[in-house]
Design a protein around this ligand. Structure first.
Ligand code: MN
Length: 191
């Protein structure tokens, strides 16, 4: 089964290209123009065992990060195909020094988002605003049509909290995408 996908999304605001292999080893080439998000998406690829190339450019930080979330979510949804045999659910509890993140996901075909990253809303993290990071997870969950419950339980450093959250999401996806049977994992027969 081939679980590779490539999508280009171009609007008057941004141009985003995402290319991925869900059955990869975590190789990546990522440049969306913002160093902190490059760092987060690189470790997302590595910890999710997803080969991931992303190139993005555009007018405003908010637009670029939002549109990367949209395109990455769409690309994962397409690559999952009919979801036959996948584990469907995934969860992870990931520390990053003093911070702890908890994630639980369901590739159920519907968006739900519970997000509590406990970030300082007034501050940027490196070159990215906290509201843009929160918006990324919203766009991603909506377009991957998934339930995403992502919370930082505690921590004091906003870089660590965000990094723990991205790693917890990646480890959850790694579990949820794994092929464990030859059935659609739903009593409805469709996901
Ligand atoms: Mn870091």
């Amino acid at each position: 089964m081939d679980r590779t996908e490539k999508l280009t999304r171009e609007t008057k605001e941004t141009k985003v290209t995402v290319e991925l292999n869900l059955d990869g080893s975590g190789k990546n080439d990522i440049d969306i123009g913002y160093k902190f998000m490059n760092h987060m998406l690189t470790l997302f690829s590595r910890h999710g065992n997803i080969d991931l190339n992303i190139k993005a450019s555009g007018d405003l930080t908010h637009h670029v990060i939002e549109d990367v979330g949209i395109t990455l979510g769409q690309c994962i949804l397409k690559a999952l195909g009919d979801k036959k045999g996948i584990n469907r659910y995934g969860s992870a509890l990931i520390p990053m020094d003093e911070s702890l993140a908890r994630c639980a996901i369901d590739f159920c075909g519907r968006k739900a988002l519970i997000l509590d990253l406990k970030l300082n809303e007034e501050c940027n993290i490196e070159d990215v605003a906290v509201e843009d990071i929160k918006h990324f997870f919203n766009s991603f969950a909506e377009n991957a049509k998934m339930n995403l419950h992502l919370e930082v339980l505690y921590g004091s450093n906003d870089h660590h909290k965000t990094e723990a959250a991205f790693k917890a999401l990646a480890r959850s996806i790694k579990q949820a995408k794994t092929i464990v049977s030859d059935e659609i994992p739903s009593t409805k027969g469709i996901l």
